[in-house]
Ligand binder design. Structure first.
Ligand code: ZN
Length: 352
């Protein structure tokens, strides 16, 4: 079944690789979970146990029950102001005037209406232990499934949380109402969790963590969009951020030798101001291994890491009016693979 959705998304030498399937489909063969001993109690911890950053059983794919109902509130309290015409489109990288060797690592956490995915604590624990800022594009439904982890992530300033639609709707296919709900339900779910994080801190006698009111960055599921959906996203105040380097190739990176080779190929495509796409929902095989090798190789080449927001502030975002993996149209075949409009459902998602 999986091979039938193979889509050529990136050509490396003569190897055709398929990446769109990562978002949801590919079977899970979780990378070796080298327990990352990153879990340390904060200095001001109260009697409540500090959450561990090591993987546990609930983080596995499909470990938690699927819930396809809407979020407890459907509209966020904070609506972002519309963006100007110059900010319409998808950002692929940032041109840096001084050519500074900085890049942004981004991780998608995708979840359809019909299934639950995982939370790759091997990745998050590694980033945290290495003090590497990262931007996490979370599906709203994924946030609810993994709310315990989102509460933990929210209080770590090195992690930037961004919007990856409620249930991975395809923004080339959704109705206007469905599109709006995919964005705003996610913003609303984020607010609910943010309020809970602040409540928890107060209840435990900790200082309230600084957590941004709502996400301002958005990533298109499947990279799919239309002129109308890009206009609608700008009206909702969301900056659309895609990537210029696809890290995972569809190959199994649990094999260390393979991961090393892949990491070199990834690093060879990176430029100052690049935005790299990874996943942290335990769908692609061996993403954590690939990440470790890629970070090692990029550091060897002199690169540093910043969040997407920081990167956007350092130069001129390079936009297109298109969404794709590596070339326009390379993701179009995904339109018919995940239900009628990308959410996995057989009936249209209209936000009802
Ligand atoms: Zn996705």
């Amino acid at each position: 079944m999986f091979s039938s959705v193979s889509l050529v998304l990136r050509l490396r030498h003569t190897v055709a690789v398929s990446a769109g399937v990562f978002c949801i489909l590919a079977g899970i063969s979780v990378a070796s979970i080298a327990a990352d001993a990153a879990s340390t109690a904060p200095a001001n911890a109260s009697s409540a146990p500090a959450p561990s950053w090591a993987p546990d059983a609930q983080d596995a794919r499909k470990a938690l029950r699927n819930d396809a109902t809407p979020p407890a509130k459907r509209e966020p309290s904070v609506m972002l102001p519309p963006l100007g015409p110059d900010a319409v489109g998808t950002i692929r990288r940032v041109a840096l005037a001084d050519g500074a060797k900085v890049v942004a690592l981004t991780f998608d956490l995708c979840e359809l209406d019909t299934v639950t995915t995982g939370c790759d604590m091997d990745i998050l624990g590694f980033l945290r232990a290495e003090h590497i800022p990262a931007t996490l594009f979370m599906g709203g439904k994924w946030m609810r499934t993994h709310s315990r982890r989102v509460l933990q992530i929210m209080t770590e300033p090195q992690f930037e949380i961004a919007n990856h639609a409620w249930s991975h709707g395809n923004f080339a296919l959704l109705s206007p109402a469905g599109l709006r709900a995919q964005v705003l339900w996610t913003q609303a779910q984020y607010e609910l969790l943010r309020e809970e994080a602040l409540r928890e801190a107060r209840a435990q006698g900790r200082p309230e963590p600084v957590i941004q009111p709502v996400p301002t960055l958005f990533r298109l599921p499947y990279g799919r969009c239309s002129d109308q959906s890009l206009q609608a996203l700008a009206k909702l105040g969301m900056q659309v951020v895609q990537w210029d380097v696809v890290a995972e190739s569809g190959a199994d990176n649990t094999n260390i030798e393979h991961a090393r080779r892949e990491a070199h190929l990834v690093a060879s495509q990176v430029k100052p101001g690049s935005i790299l796409l990874f996943h942290a929902n335990l769908v692609p095989k061996g993403s954590a291994q690939l990440l470790r090798e890629t970070v090692t190789e990029l550091r060897r080449r002199g690169y540093n890491f910043v969040s997407v927001s920081t990167l956007l502030g350092m130069g001129v975002p390079q936009r297109t009016m298109n969404g794709y993996f590596t070339s326009p149209g390379d993701n179009k075949a995904l339109d018919s693979k995940f239900g009628v409009d990308g959410t996995g459902r057989h009936t249209p998602f209209n936000g009802e």
